[in-house]
Design a protein around this ligand. Structure first.
Ligand code: SF4
Length: 464
């Protein structure tokens, strides 16, 4: 078992033992579900919209070379500097070079899961830079030295009281349980940071090929300030974020808001086309766009699972997943958690180290059913399991299946095995849960199913 797998088991066990926390998350997600379903009703034909969105993302991902080229040409024509990064390391180095050249001391960031993916904050802080997250949820988890709990709601695991205590400790504020007052405390701190920051860093929700624009959708206006106030702006974008046409946003913006936050549309939807142009009064003087591959082209080469690149990071599959709802986001130990994280992490970080996440699924299919771009998530989890077993067969598992195959193909042996199983059952009760129990990992938290006193075959034979 990899160290990541045993860590996952430990953390997931601890999280499932905490019934208060599970109830808290269930309530939060229950409210989200009501809002999500109300806004799904605003679509004339929700299933038709999903089909259309899946088709558009299929077109974008299957012609990624063409659309990326179009996007880059348009961006460059308006003075944006575009950088290509094959790996996380390259992306970090590119961004570090830009901030070094600018002799930057402070950086303001808006929410970007790509930056979490490449551990950008660590690299910037090691360089001696002050980095501040401006999204309220990200700001809170940064103060707690934690990673985001959820790709859309980074601090959904925290109660108001915990946030108030954190602000008292870290920011010296007065205690309050009022959400508005808590927001104002963060706002007062952040406003100063926007004004003094040398560089702003954002992610992107969509990269529009035909317009050469970046679309950012948000609720707090923090991404706008991050992009508008510092003289230098850096935007880190995963290459799969491409949409072919500007008009595609008419579908994707309400869809992302509905599935991501249970809103018809988020409060701020901004399109960025380039740095400040002559005659314009605001915007960055310099804009760098870093296009991140980091194993995405490997996933693109996998025709079976390529559609995982269609993901618009709405987080809806996390919200419906019975595993995520119980173990929470931190137990995964990955940037992307929940079903989509379990599908793509083995591609991003290595199959053998992260294959356990594909087993952390009941395969109920709720993720696939909810995904707005129709990614076949639960089948991809099965494919990951198969690929992991083919790549490195587990000796004990293979041996067990060979024995099973022998038993079920020889009726006499099968009958003998059943008789022995029934005879051993009382003995197993004595050793259940002890180190002598061969089924200990199962029986520690579950009952081992009991064999019926007689088989259907024997029962039938007696009655003839
Ligand atoms: S896989 Fe689908 S449901 Fe999950 S985050 Fe991506 S787009 Fe949303």
């Amino acid at each position: 078992m990899s160290t990541f797998a045993s860590q996952f088991l430990q953390d997931a066990g601890r999280a499932t033992d905490n019934s208060d926390q599970r109830r808290f998350i269930r309530t939060a997600l229950g409210n989200y579900e009501i809002a999500r379903d109300r806004h799904k009703g605003s679509f004339q034909d929700w299933q038709g919209a999903r089909q259309l969105a899946a088709g558009i993302k299929w077109e974008a991902v299957n012609h990624l070379d063409k659309y990326l080229e179009q996007f880059v040409l348009k961006l460059e024509s308006r003075g944006t500097k575009v950088h290509w990064a094959s790996t996380g390391l390259q992306a970090r180095e590119t961004i570090l070079q830009i901030v070094r050249k600018k002799k930057a001391h402070s950086i303001i960031k808006s929410k970007a899961m790509t930056s979490e993916e490449i551990h950008l904050n660590d690299a910037l802080e090691k360089e001696g830079l002050q980095v501040v997250e401006s999204d309220l949820g990200e700001f809170i988890v940064q103060l707690r030295h934690e990673t985001p709990y959820h790709i859309v709601f980074p601090c959904m695991h925290l109660r108001r009281g915990e946030i108030s205590a954190l602000f008292q400790r870290e920011l010296g504020s007065a205690p309050t349980n009022d959400p508005e007052e808590l927001t104002m405390i963060a706002r007062r701190v952040l406003r100063k940071k926007y004004i003094t920051a040398d560089v702003g860093i954002t992610g992107a929700n969509f990269a529009i090929a035909d317009a050469g624009m970046v679309s950012i959708t948000e609720n707090e206006g923090n991404a706008r300030l991050t992009a508008a106030l510092p003289k230098t702006l850096i935007t880190l974008i995963g290459i799969e974020k491409i949409l072919p046409r500007l008009e595609d946003l008419a579908l994707f913006l309400p869809m992302l808001a509905t599935m991501g936050a249970g809103q018809q549309l988020t409060c701020y939807n901004t399109l960025y086309a380039g740095p400040r142009q002559p005659g314009e009064s605001d915007g960055p003087e310099e804009w760098h766009v870093v296009l991140l591959d980091n194993h995405r082209t490997q996933l693109l080469a996998d025709t079976e699972q390529r559609d995982a690149l269609h993901c618009i990071r709405c987080g809806a599959c996390l919200n419906v997943c019975p595993i995520f709802r119980n173990v929470g986001g931190h137990a995964y130990g990955t940037t992307y958690s929940g079903p989509i994280g379990s599908v793509i992490t083995p591609h991003l970080r290595g199959l053998q180290d992260w294959k356990h996440l594909s087993n952390a699924s009941s395969l109920c299919g709720a993720c696939t059913e909810t995904c707005p771009v129709k990614i076949d998530l639960h089948h991809h989890l099965l494919q990951n399991r198969r690929n992991a077993a083919q790549e490195k067969p587990a000796f004990l598992e293979r041996f067990a299946y060979q024995i099973f195959s022998l038993l079920v193909t020889k009726p006499a042996l099968w009958s003998l095995a059943k008789k022995m199983g029934r005879a051993m059952q009382p003995l197993h009760k004595i050793i259940q849960g002890t180190p002598l129990d061969p089924a200990k990992s199962w029986t520690q938290s579950r009952e081992l199913p009991r064999l019926a006193p007689e088989s259907f075959k024997d029962w039938w034979r007696k009655r003839r």
